[in-house]
Design a protein around this ligand. Structure first.
Ligand SMILES: [Zn+2]
Length: 430
């Protein structure tokens, strides 16, 4: 690309960066946790519509997607699960088409007294914006939107079709991104600005969520010896799962993309419930587990290993031996995905275009990163033959307290995204 044009685009991102931050503040103020995404999606639809894009807004329906590869069992209903896609249709159709994807859902904020400021009252201090979702990943949505705006400001539009997606469900199933595939949205590449510190994600783990349901034998605590404590029965089962985790992380099982990671697959007991009364031996306990898997690791085999592990551990417990734990899969049944395993010329070209843009903005090479989490990239990469580039700003404390995104980093990501769109799609006059 012409150096003067590049400079003009970078300046345009700069000139509207205050507007971008105002937009981001408004977006972070929506508490768009699971089941409460609708207001934030209405805001997105309005913003996109006001820019003249054709806006498609629809409720995700389980029956439309449940037969598709990558579907995960649903948690709760889909009343509020609304996707928004805005499309730019190119007049010249000279370039390569693109999907700009981001998720609107955020994870629960946790105990409010652990935040220095309320999580949905975003504020800026010392070069960071704080708030739940500021980093993961509303800043990425802002980058996608204002990168397109910067091109418009310079009098240009992408010379190929671009679909801007704001999806739900990334944090628990990925069914929002899956619903976009089902609805027919296609692109020759997808960019997802998840907050991984201006690095290109080359591999991501898969994730399995499951619940373990335990039954006990309730008695008055005075006769506890006659009862069976369902809550305490979880302790040896959790220990056994951590032994499985250690085996999967051992050198002989490790996936080559994670050679530099000491512990890529994390098992997390994220929730536990059980019992009804302090002086009653609890009759029930349910705990929720998240386990990582490697790219290429078969989910069905992984689930069979988990089940065998729990069955074995239950054998050591007198009560559980005859009252086997029940395992229920809900939420993520997500395969791992490695962009680095995709050697097709189109994928190489997409990476090159991003690397050029990144280098022009930062004066440094594009670092690569294998992440120990999942993203919606897997749907595009595994089920739609679309190279999926995950590249976004620096953020801290995502899923934690005082979540924040670094503003200079967001500026650079927005600039690099604008140049990437220009590189990849080409430009035509507005
Ligand atoms: Zn995210």
């Amino acid at each position: 690309m012409d150096a003067a044009l590049e400079t003009q685009i970078l300046d345009a991102v700069n000139a509207q960066f205050d507007d971008e931050l105002s937009f981001l503040k408004e977006l972070v103020a929506f508490p768009s946790t699971r089941g409460r995404e609708q207001a934030a999606q209405s805001f997105m639809a309005d913003q996109l519509g006001a820019r003249g894009y054709a806006v498609d807004r629809w409720q995700v329906k389980v029956e439309d997607i449940q037969h598709l590869p990558g579907f995960s069992p649903v948690i709760g209903d889909y009343e509020d699960a609304v996707n928004v896609v805005a499309s730019h249709t190119s007049k010249s159709q000279q370039g390569r088409s693109l999907i700009l994807n981001g998720h609107i859902d955020v994870v629960p904020e946790g105990p409010l007294d652990m935040w220095d400021q309320p999580p949905y009252a975003p504020h800026i201090a010392d070069g960071w914006m704080y708030g739940r979702g500021a980093g993961d990943m509303k800043a990425g949505i802002a980058a996608n939107l204002y990168a397109l705006d910067a091109l418009r400001r310079c009098g240009w539009a992408p010379a190929a079709d671009v679909h801007f997606q704001s999806v739900v469900e990334e944090e628990c199933t990925g069914n929002g991104a899956l619903a976009c595939l089902q609805r027919g949205y296609k692109g020759e590449a997808v960019l997802i600005p998840e907050p991984f510190d201006e690095q290109l994600v080359t591999a991501q783990v898969g994730v399995i969520w499951f619940q373990v349901h335990l039954r006990g034998l309730p008695t008055h605590v005075a006769y506890a010896g006659d009862g069976a404590n369902a809550i305490e029965a979880s302790i040896p089962l959790i220990a056994a799962l951590h032994e499985l985790e250690a085996r999967w992380n051992s050198e002989d099982r490790k996936n080559p993309h994670y050679a530099a990671h000491s512990h890529p697959l994390n098992l997390n007991v994220g929730k536990i419930q059980g019992g009804d009364w302090t002086s009653s031996v609890p009759a029930w306990c349910v705990f929720d587990v998240r386990m990582g898997v490697y790219p290429g690791q078969d989910l069905e085999t992984a689930r069979a290993e988990i089940e065998a592990c729990l069955r074995m551990a239950a054998q050591d417990n007198a009560f559980l031996r005859n009252n086997a734990p029940e395992i229920v899969y809900h939420g993520f049944q997500a395969e791992g995905y490695a962009l680095a395993d995709d050697h097709r010329p189109a994928t190489m070209a997409a990476i090159d275009a991003l690397e050029d843009a990144h280098t022009r903005v930062t004066d440094s090479a594009l670092d690569r990163l294998a992440i120990t989490a999942t993203t919606d990239a897997r749907f595009f990469g595994l089920y739609a033959d679309t190279p999926a580039l995950v590249y976004g700003p620096k953020a801290e404390a995502i899923h934690g307290f005082n979540e924040r995104v670094h503003l200079e980093s967001l500026l650079r990501i927005t600039q690099a995204t604008a140049l990437f769109i220009a590189n990849w799609c080409g430009l035509e006059p507005l």
